[in-house]
Design a protein around this ligand. Structure first.
Ligand code: GLA
Length: 752
């Protein structure tokens, strides 16, 4: 049993393989958070929070004369509203008199096998009974608002998920102006905050800063989780590294506007409150109605950032991703976007596919521009009817030719958007989100469809379902290319306009659920102008997401590095594109581009017909190598060996099979130097006592090494054997690599 309750002390203990989570129902019935961290045994944890009369921290009414028991000082599982805790709050609730107030006290709890699910929201699922659920029921006596705190305990994974369910059991309507998913009060100490900010074509850049005394916020108001801040943060000890120090992860399973706030209180406790974005949120809760918050995934690692990331990787692969593709190697694809943009026809696409098929590519993806009047990105969205000028006879003749080459066929869609010149918009102008009396801000000249309306979701389920039913489409790239502004729904009354942003997300999830359940064999890839909606919510439907519109291999090192803190490589869409790169103008060796894209889903996005003969041979070999290595890359443990921001010379990362049987080291020189320090690296994740053979050693793009090419003989070479401990602690030195952006892949196999 990973969930225990002691009815005498009224203490809950949630245990995972290496962590403990303690809470206590206090004398007044409030649920206090006592501890989350490395596994601990017995002992009174209330001594951590001794009674202290601190000025201007008000006492509970029952203690008004003895003083020193204050909601403002005690660690809480989920705060009330306006009742004396001045730190970050979880909920803002108003009754029909306009009185803001809620004070939750314990009513009962249940422990269930398996994992709770949420109404209309994506969340983690159990696999082979690997989860238990705790539901703690609390009530605010005055309003009748009940709070169910939901805990999913995944013992083996060292993960605890949380969500809150609020139900109006009173007689009068209530309004929620804030409804967070979870509060986490951390033990004492000084913490750093790691978060992943960015912008279009530059997503998930790691920033590490000290947790100060002001509130630090990671959030999005854009209607999507956004390029600008990812809904994932880490709090770690200030001296924590990849391999040491306590680290907590907080990840939202949500793809819309969100808010994650961090505050260090006057007593040095750090609180993290995560949930839906408060700005412009107001949810009406009539008597009998329930509101489920999105889920939050918590994880703790005592020994640094690498184990924390690996816990998230395993969990997302196993308990977030679903469907038949989640554990499979994905087909090597060719996408025509950077090859043709909007300028294509059947003949051009077939030509690209023929070349691709001859090199071993397995799927042709037709990107934007195949429908309506979509000849540039100013028009055509909304009418999902094939453009027969570009594709005479429609999709089928094209798909037949692709399939005849032995390739699968995939298609791009952007279901959430509409252009004003579409038939859809002319028929239903009220289906777009626009403010009354104002000209809307336009993103890529497109408007956002009002997914809070069920009829819009139905229409798209039918339109896209029809495409999938009528054509042999085996992959869908679901794009979303603008931030949401002018949010106003014509289907809802004034008092419900604060619900629209969240209702929109419920509509998106409803459509994703219908399509993925209705067409389970189809591989879906998420996308939002690259990685603008790269989050665990979307991963519940699509097992992969296009990581960034920046396909430059060197920039991708930083983007994929940042992404790797929370997300496994098998979820990161990554392609080899043309050089000079279309986003940066940089030229990198084609094999270096492949080394980087292979640490992702892997594919190509260029006109392969323009490659030289040697490059074509390289592509053939890359695909063979990808197929050979993908099991290890997809399911192995991932290790960041360098931080691209700190090591200007090279970036290195590694995979090790969970059972220690093989490993792959990848390295890209990002800044060749005339007289560099030796490239010295220690492997990670190997068995100390095992013997490993260096059976794969590939140098790519290096023009020559420091002694005219003999370095490989002088130094490491294929067939060498080392004990695991030698590789772990003494390490290897690689030859000096010259030229523009050379790369290396070293493969080790356990031999005894
Ligand atoms: C977005 C995507 C690209 C491509 C274009 C098409 O930017 O991220 O990969 O699909 O849209 O318009």
């Amino acid at each position: 049993m990973s969930i225990r309750f002691d009815s005498e002390t009224r203490i809950f203990v949630l245990e995972t393989a290496h962590t403990s989570y303690h809470m206590k129902v206090d004398a007044l019935g409030h649920l206090l958070h006592l501890y989350y961290g490395k596994t601990i045994g017995s002992g009174d944890l209330m001594q951590l929070y001794p009674r202290t009369d601190r000025g201007f921290s008000p006492d509970y009414y029952a203690y008004r004369t003895h003083r020193g028991i204050s909601p403002d000082l005690l660690p809480q599982e989920y705060t009330g509203c306006n009742v004396g805790d001045f730190r970050l709050s979880c909920v803002t609730v108003a009754d029909n008199r306009g009185a803001f107030g809620a004070d939750f006290t314990y009513v009962s709890h249940t422990v269930e096998a398996g994992k709770y699910q949420l109404n209309g929201l994506p969340c983690a699922h159990a696999e082979e009974n690997d989860a238990e659920t705790l539901i703690v029921r609390m009530q605010d006596e005055v309003t009748g608002l009940t709070l169910e705190l939901l805990y999913g305990v995944f013992a083996r994974q060292d993960v605890i998920t949380r969500a809150a369910r609020l139900t109006n059991h009173g007689d009068t309507p209530l309004r929620l102006d804030k409804a967070a998913s979870a509060c986490l009060d951390l033990p004492f100490g000084r913490w750093d905050l790691l978060h992943f900010h960015g912008r279009h074509a530059m997503e998930r850049q790691l920033e590490r800063e000290a947790v100060g005394t002001h509130i630090q916020t990671v959030s999005s108001v854009r209607g999507s989780s956004s390029h600008h801040n990812n809904p994932f943060l880490i709090l770690c000890r200030q001296d924590a590294t990849e391999t040491s120090g306590a680290c907590y992860g907080v990840m939202m399973v949500y793809s819309g506007s969100y808010q994650m706030d961090v505050e260090r209180s006057q007593t040095g406790l750090v609180r993290v409150v995560s949930g839906i974005q408060e700005e412009r949120f107001a949810w009406n809760l009539k008597p009998g109605e329930t509101f489920d918050t999105p889920e939050v995934i918590l994880s703790f690692a005592a020994e640094g950032l690498t184990p924390l990331s690996q816990q998230y990787h395993r969990f997302l692969r196993r308990n977030i991703c679903r469907g038949p593709w989640k554990d499979k190697r994905r087909p090597v694809l060719i996408n025509n976007w950077e090859a043709t943009y909007f300028d294509f026809n059947t003949e051009k696409i077939v030509k690209i596919a023929e070349k691709a098929a001859s090199l071993g590519v397995e799927m042709m993806v037709l990107d934007d521009g195949w429908f309506g009047t979509r000849n540039d990105d100013n028009q055509g969205l909304g009418d999902w009817v094939v453009n027969c000028e570009k594709l005479p006879g429609g999709l089928d003749p094209l798909i037949e030719q692709i399939n005849a080459l032995g390739m699968k066929f995939g298609l791009w869609i952007e279901p959430e958007m509409v252009n004003e010149n579409s038939q859809l918009y002319r028929t239903h102008p009220d289906w777009a989100l626009t403010l009354p009396g104002r000209k809307p801000a336009m993103g890529r000249n497109q408007l956002v469809l009002d997914f809070s309306r069920p009829e819009v979701v139905d229409y798209l389920a039918e339109a896209i379902g029809k495409l999938l039913r009528e054509h042999h489409i085996e992959y869908i790239k679901w794009d979303m290319n603008r931030s949401m502004s002018d949010v106003y729904s014509r289907a809802f009354p004034a008092e419900q306009q604060g619900e629209i942003m969240h209702r929109y997300m419920l509509g998106v999830y409803a459509l994703a659920e219908r399509l993925t359940q209705g067409f389970p064999e189809v591989l879906f890839e998420g996308c939002a102008g690259g990685g603008g909606r790269f989050d665990a919510g979307m991963l519940c439907y699509y097992p992969q997401i296009w990581c960034s519109d920046d396909t430059d291999a060197i920039e991708r090192l930083t983007i994929q590095h940042g992404t790797s803190f929370g997300y496994p490589v098998c979820t990161m869409g990554a392609h080899v594109s043309a050089c000079p790169n279309h986003q940066t103008g940089r030229t990198t060796p084609i094999d270096t581009r492949a080394v980087v894209a292979m640490s992702g889903t892997f594919g190509y996005e260029l006109d392969l017909g323009k490659l030289k003969r040697a490059e074509c041979t390289a592509v053939k070999n890359q695909i063979k190598r990808f197929k050979r290595l993908n099991d290890l890359i997809r399911t192995g443990d991932y290790y960041r060996l360098t931080d691209p921001a700190e090591n200007a010379y090279f970036t290195a990362w590694q995979f090790a099979a969970e059972d220690g049987s093989e490993a792959l080291l990848n390295l890209v020189v990002t800044h060749p130097q005339a007289n560099p320090l030796p490239i010295h690296l220690c492997f990670r994740g190997l068995e100390e006592d095992a013997v490993y053979e260096l059976d794969g050693i590939d140098y790519f793009g290096s023009q020559y090494t420091h002694d005219g090419g003999n370095a490989i003989e002088d130094g490491i070479h294929k067939g060498m054997r080392f004990s695991g401990s030698t590789l772990l602690y003494a390490g290897l030195v690689l030859p000096q690599l010259f030229g523009d952006y050379p790369s290396v892949q070293l493969h080790l196999t356990r031999k005894g």
